[in-house]
Design a binder for this molecule. Structure first.
Ligand code: ATP
Ligand code: MG
Length: 406
């Protein structure tokens, strides 16, 4: 069916009053950003119903964009016509004729919101259904398991005819829950964690640690690409690229190989916390998943977490790896995540990292690192910042840290 309108439905119906209209406005402004590329399409709101008038713009690409709008529970491509029986019958027929493979069974479901319309629901089901049946000889009615359920919504402002409901991304609209820093590696997990956070309305800024020249330009590009994919779900994402080579090299020289990962991850958290303070973010998000690797056992998480005072959100902590991969595929990050470029942790990975680090020992070791505070501050200072948006196809401009602050 080549629809002329798209009917939008919002999620989280429990929200009431002012919260609800703020919520709807945020969703609507995201939809408006998608429609920017389609100048003839417009958004209307009548009697509490929000829909897009396509005015000749193509449905398919807009549909792909809408699937990425958090706060939309579902939407339907519709044919709109007047509140007039003859017209409704014709439009219902053309909707039924539009399938590439002709359906064998169907059912009409009339929703009569406009009570002044002079036919009752049962009558309309029959009048529309029998009209279609007369024109399509092989079609039959099946009220229990129809191949096509043709919904006819009769409202004061017009009649909407549709047979398809596309599931939306659900969740809460972008930026409705404050800001957090996403620790984004090049792996499979952290982009998925970022997506889950955004789906709860969190505005994310990504933080990536690189060990150039041990890690390559391509590894950096991969993280930029992942950020760009995530930015399709929001307005834009700020990406902080932290130089981590110096700290990693110094930690490696401590010759305490089995605690190296613990020490590295504590340093990462300290830096991320400082960046969070600077950006007025309230939490840190990671892609950690219980038991996946040595640094993600309960004792490791405990020792690593001790270093920071702000909440650390771990959306994937209890998930199965297969489920994480499935979501990564669905949201479009998987193909990029599996590109084989080295990560700063893999390069410095010790042979037998501790799965049960001792907090007191770790704190004692750190107390002896008189260079640590200064290097942490330097890493924060030398962090490169980029603003990534989804329509950015080439390498974005690097903004100078200095310019960003003043
Ligand atoms: P991922 O698939 O996200 O890389 P992982 O299973 O490989 O996760 P680790 O490498 O132990 O696990 O990292 C755990 C979490 O720490 C990551 O999900 C990410 O949030 C953060 N992290 C790890 N390396 C980096 C990095 N180089 N830059 C930013 N964050 C990182
Ligand atoms: Mg990783």
């Amino acid at each position: 069916m080549q629809p002329d309108h798209i009917l939008l439905r919002f999620g989280e119906l429990t929200l009431k009053g002012r919260n609800r209209s703020r919520f709807e406005n945020q969703v609507v402004s995201h939809v408006q950003r998608i429609l920017k590329g389609y100048p003839n399409a417009s958004l209307s709101k009548t009697f509490g119903r929000v829909y897009i008038e396509l005015n000749g713009e193509p449905y398919e690409p807009i549909k792909e964009g809408l699937k990425k709008v958090f706060g939309l529970s579902s939407f339907s491509p519709v044919l709109k016509c007047a509140v007039d029986l003859e017209e409704i019958q014709k439009v219902a027929l053309s909707a039924m004729l539009s399938f590439s493979k002709e359906p064998k069974t169907f059912k009409v479901r009339v929703k009569r919101a406009y009570k002044a319309f002079p036919y009752v629901t049962q009558e309309l089901n029959h009048l529309i259904g029998s009209y279609v049946l007369r024109q399509m000889k092989d079609l039959k009615v099946d009220v229990h398991h129809p191949e096509v359920e043709l919904t006819v919504e009769i409202r004061e402002e017009g009649t909407f005819v549709y047979s398809e409901t596309v599931q939306g991304a659900k969740g809460l609209p972008v930026d409705s829950s404050g800001k957090s820093m996403l620790m984004l590696s090049g792996g499979i997990d952290s982009p998925v964690a970022g997506w889950y956070a955004m789906r709860r309305g969190i505005q994310i800024e990504a933080v990536h640690f690189h060990s150039y020249p041990y890690t390559s330009e391509r590894a950096k590009q991969k993280v930029i690409d992942l950020t760009r994919i995530l930015s399709e779900y929001t307005k834009e994402i700020k990406l902080h690229l932290v130089p981590f080579t110096e700290i990693q090299t110094r930690l490696k020289q401590m010759k305490n190989d089995n605690l190296l990962i613990t020490l590295m991850r504590r340093a990462m958290f300290r830096i991320t916390e400082k960046l969070a303070e600077k950006e007025q973010a309230m939490a840190i998000i990671t892609g950690e998943n219980l038991g996946q690797v040595a640094s993600q056992t309960m004792p490791s998480l405990h020792v690593i977490n001790k270093v920071t005072g702000i909440p650390v959100l771990r959306p994937l902590i209890m998930m199965e790896k297969q489920e994480i991969i499935r979501v990564a595929e669905e949201i479009g990050t998987y193909e990029t995540s599996i590109l084989p470029y080295e990560d700063c942790c893999t390069i410095f990975l010790p042979k037998s990292p501790s799965t049960n680090p001792n907090l007191r020992l770790v704190e004692k070791l750190e107390a002896g690192m008189d260079w640590m505070d200064e290097e942490i501050d330097r890493a924060v200072r030398d962090t490169e910042v980029m603003t990534i948006t989804s329509d950015m196809k080439d390498e974005p401009e690097l903004s100078d840290e200095f310019e960003r602050l003043f």
